[in-house]
Design a protein around this ligand. Structure first.
Ligand code: FES
Length: 558
């Protein structure tokens, strides 16, 4: 079978002479005109550690592609750093970047007639955006994860990006000197790689390995590890197999593969953002996958990993215990994963895992045995009630308890939380309600890492809960409920809460209840008005107009 199924439109059809002339112009030879063309989409850019090395990795990918008789053509798409946008208005652009990445990869590969696509990605939105593009295009392809960062070190303590956020709360509480505050910030990020705990980037990386969309160990190798370069070079041979067998993303992204991905998110204590992203990726792949499916997976999957943010270890530590293949093998052997799912090696997951190392429960302490889990069911729980009639996502590892009853402290915007903490107005027993931060209201459904980190740093992490129609970072821990739908801007009851209202959050019965009568809510609704957006043109205006509810994954192409 011809491997240049798409690109031959430009290289062989007589009606496209200008396209062929341009391909000669970039240095291709007559021999190259017979070869498959592979688009290599890099989200590399210099301005952030998670992406700063990706253009270099793309060069290795290209080398592997060329060595295997194909033409590799690097192109670029955007990236937005959540570490840098959290807690400021830049965050409004973060979630929209996922869809721009998906659109731009789809756009380039579609327009340039590439026969396959490889996405080299490193940060939270890069991965779901690229997965959405692969699913939409359905041409042979895979992803390469840029790899996790090494931990930082200051005065003998390991650090990461969350250490820098939490330093602010310590400063407010007077628990850190100015020198140590600066010391933490200066030493938290020692070089390239994605934020180092089981935050959103590592959540998406490990779950896309479970989905079979990357070569084995892609989520294990840290950014600066030699194995990362070897992985990039090995992509060429794998890509050739995909083309020869015509294995396309939708052959891999089956319903069972989505279950595998979400199971790994639950077992490893991954980010709430995975809920949003896998709903959106499933939409791109034409797979029916809903909040209810995610709750079902949570109900049957124990939380096993002692990884940050709620646990002790970093992603870099996973390499020493056998890497992600060892974890997947254990989950598969215990009956939690579907082994028959096809992967980008051209083999099934079970075949890939046959030679993977076994976890040693005598020596390693990162993964708990299924018999004695950290929590018997998943830490991500879908809650419903009059505060979230279309659903909300709670992240409850059990360390915070599974039920919280308190009184509302309303913040109309994220910024107010920091103001209230600094004035000492947030007290134990409060349910901090942060509203007007949904996909349309935020806009862009910003992450609330700054408030949750500040609460932790101020010593309030165990005594207050937080709910929002915005999102939480993968770095967030504590008793938190995000993705409240409908959002305030769409008339959801979260917009009607007043200071002092009683709220119950119950992660056992999956409820989130505002103890205010329907009659009183109806009265309050008469006085309620949606906010007038300041975004009257441009990308955020487009986003506000197109974005769907968080309960549907915030997709923009419904
Ligand atoms: Fe890129 Fe955290 S900011 S992974």
């Amino acid at each position: 079978m011809s491997l240049n199924k798409f690109s031959k439109t430009l290289t062989q059809e007589i009606t496209n002479p200008a396209a062929k002339a341009m391909l000669y112009g970039i240095g291709l030879t007559s021999e190259d005109m017979q070869k498959a063309q592979i688009g290599i989409a890099s989200t590399g850019y210099e301005g952030n550690p998670c992406n700063m090395h990706l253009n270099g990795l793309s060069v290795h990918v290209k080398k592997g592609i060329q060595e295997n008789g194909m033409v590799g053509l690097i192109f670029h798409t955007i990236g937005v750093s959540d570490g840098m946008t959290n807690g400021n208005d830049g965050m409004s652009y973060s979630l929209p970047s996922r869809d721009i990445i998906a659109d731009s990869i789809e756009n380039v590969v579609g327009a340039q007639w590439y026969d396959g696509v490889i996405a080299v990605v490193g940060c939270d939105k890069n991965m779901p955006g690229a997965m959405m593009a692969l699913a939409r295009l359905n041409r042979p392809g895979m992803l390469v994860y840029g790899g996790t960062i090494k931990s930082g070190l200051y005065k003998g303590e390991k650090l990461d990006i969350v250490s820098a956020f939490e330093a602010l709360g310590k400063k407010f509480a007077g628990n850190i000197s100015d020198e140590d505050y600066e010391g933490v910030i200066r030493n938290s990020i020692p070089g390239p790689g994605a934020c180092g705990g089981m935050y959103t980037a590592n959540t998406m990386a490990s779950s896309m390995e479970a989905m079979g969309l990357v070569l084995p160990n892609s989520s294990t190798y840290p950014a600066t590890h030699e194995g990362k370069k070897e992985e990039c070079l090995a992509i060429g041979a794998a890509m050739k197999v995909l083309l020869e067998k015509n294995i396309c993303p939708r052959d891999i992204m089956t319903r069972h593969a989505f279950e595998n991905a979400m199971t790994v998110v639950m077992a490893l204590g991954g980010s709430t953002n995975a809920v949003l992203h896998y709903l959106a990726i499933a939409h791109s792949a034409g797979i029916k996958f809903t909040l209810k499916d995610i709750q079902d997976i949570s109900d049957r999957t124990p939380l096993l990993a002692d990884l940050k943010p709620s646990g002790k270890y970093y992603m870099e530590d996973v390499l020493a215990i056998g890497g992600m293949p060892a974890i997947l093998k254990y989950l598969w052997q215990e009956g939690f994963l579907h082994g028959e799912c096809l992967t980008v090696t051209g083999k099934t997951m079970a075949e890939n895992l046959a030679d993977a190392p076994d976890l040693n429960f005598e020596t390693q302490k990162i993964i708990y045995p299924v018999a004695t889990p950290i929590k018997a069911t998943g830490h991500l729980q879908i809650l419903y009630g009059n505060l979230a009639t279309e659903g909300a996502v709670a992240k409850i590892t059990g360390k915070e308890g599974e039920r919280f009853e308190g009184t509302a402290k309303v913040c109309e915007r994220e910024e107010e939380v920091i103001e209230f903490i600094s004035k000492g107005e947030i007290k134990p027993g409060h349910v901090v309600v942060i509203r007007n931060e949904g996909p349309k209201g935020g806009p862009g459904m910003p992450e609330m890492l700054k408030p949750t980190s500040a609460l932790m740093g101020a010593g309030l992490g165990n005594s207050v809960a937080m709910i929002t129609d915005g999102r939480f970072s993968g770095g967030t821990h504590g008793f938190v409920v995000g993705h409240v739908t409908p959002e305030a801007q769409e008339g959801g009851n979260i917009g009607l809460v007043k200071d002092g209202d009683k709220i119950t959050i119950d992660a056992v019965d999956n409820q989130i209840i505002l103890h205010v009568s329907d009659e009183e809510l109806a009265e309050r609704r008469k006085l309620w008005k949606p906010l007038v957006s300041e975004h009257t043109s441009g990308v955020l205006r487009k986003y506000i107009k197109n974005v769907s509810s968080a309960s549907l994954g915030c997709v923009t192409d419904l």
